[in-house]
Design a protein around this ligand. Structure first.
Ligand code: BDR
Ligand code: CA
Length: 322
């Protein structure tokens, strides 16, 4: 029986883990990627667009359109994350200009608005394109069937200040606009759950063993990320945030959470913090589902099995089933 595919748009800032989320999406039979919209974040917007093209080249899916979006946050200056994602944004993998970059199209905001019907939105970068789309046409924006957002944090520490997660910290004003104006609950896939999804040295050894164009690409782009994690927090391996949000769209039994109200801190030392009013102090309407528990083995198994289906047996042995 043929299952009806979920149409999704991926709004992203590739980004090592964004690249992994795109690869998971294009290797999942239940998903139809309608397009990729790009925003400045991990690196500047044009580099992110070139990286999206690079990922589509590796995944043989250059038919998916890539749209260049906003390059600057609404109020703050853009702060990028080359120390985490490398100068190119894909670790130490260089992305040189080639003819495929002519495929990059202008007009991310219009693309989002014109394709919101019957479509799910995955947002794994700063929410600037989304906020701009709402400013332009809130009615069309609200046609998105769902929004799943990698960003924010509830009880886990921040990753760019004590309390703030990168995507929400880069443009907290945009995040507030999106949560205030979208008429359904947004699923927040924050650091509470993504931190548990670590690509370990054993997983990377498996990539080496599989030895395909795709596995070598993932091995190469994550090398820099692994070094960063060791230098920064003495973690072996690297946290892969964005693909978990994609995995949750494919299978929402992957993680669980609770509904609440989210409000952003817009200035001061705690700028970019996602405040979750779990006790209902402010008596505001719920606007978020905060994920707090994840089955990380199920996630890792899904990620590897989708990308490397021929190696199911090795994947089950090395990663385990859940
Ligand atoms: C998020 O920030 C970015 O650096 C990653 O790509 C991810 O989307 C994690 O905080
Ligand atoms: Ca990202």
């Amino acid at each position: 029986m043929q299952v009806k595919k979920k149409r999704i748009i991926i709004d992203c800032d590739p980004g090592i883990d964004d690249a992994l989320a795109i690869l998971l999406a294009i290797n999942s039979p239940e998903i139809e990627v309608v397009g990729i919209t790009v925003v400045g974040g991990n690196v500047d917007a044009m580099k992110c667009a070139m990286n999206a093209i690079k990922v589509l080249e590796v995944g043989d899916r250059l038919d998916i359109p890539v749209y260049l979006g906003e390059s600057k946050p609404l109020v703050r200056d853009l702060v990028t994350a080359e120390e985490t994602h490398g100068k190119s944004g894909l670790g130490s993998v260089l992305v040189e200009r080639n003819k495929n970059h002519d495929l990059i199209r202008e007009g991310a905001i219009d693309f989002l608005l014109e394709n919101s019907e019957n479509t799910h939105l995955l947002t794994i970068g700063p929410m600037i394109n989304l906020a701009k789309a709402i400013e332009k046409d809130k009615v069309k924006f609200n046609r998105f069937l769902s929004i799943t957002s990698m960003g924010g944090t509830f009880r886990s520490n921040g990753n760019c200040s004590q309390v703030a997660e990168f995507n929400y910290w880069v443009d907290p004003h945009a995040v507030q606009i999106v949560y205030d104006n979208y008429d359904k609950l947004i699923t927040m896939v924050g650091l509470d759950v993504t931190r548990k999804c670590v690509l370990t040295p054993t997983h990377r050894q498996l990539l080496k063993f599989i030895d395909t164009k795709l596995s070598r690409f993932i091995y190469d782009i994550t090398e820099f990320y692994v070094d960063f994690h060791w230098d920064q927090e003495r973690t072996m391996g690297c946290v892969i945030n964005d693909p978990l949000a994609m995995a949750y769209i494919i299978d929402d039994t992957m993680a669980t959470g609770f509904s609440s109200n989210l409000e952003m801190v817009l200035d001061g030392n705690a700028i970019g913090q996602s405040m979750i009013d779990i006790q209902g102090f402010y008596k505001r309407e719920n606007n978020v589902v905060v994920l707090t528990k994840v089955d990380e083995i199920k996630f890792m198994n899904m990620f590897f099995s989708r990308l490397f289906s021929k190696h199911k047996k090795d994947i089950d042995i090395i990663i385990g089933k859940s």
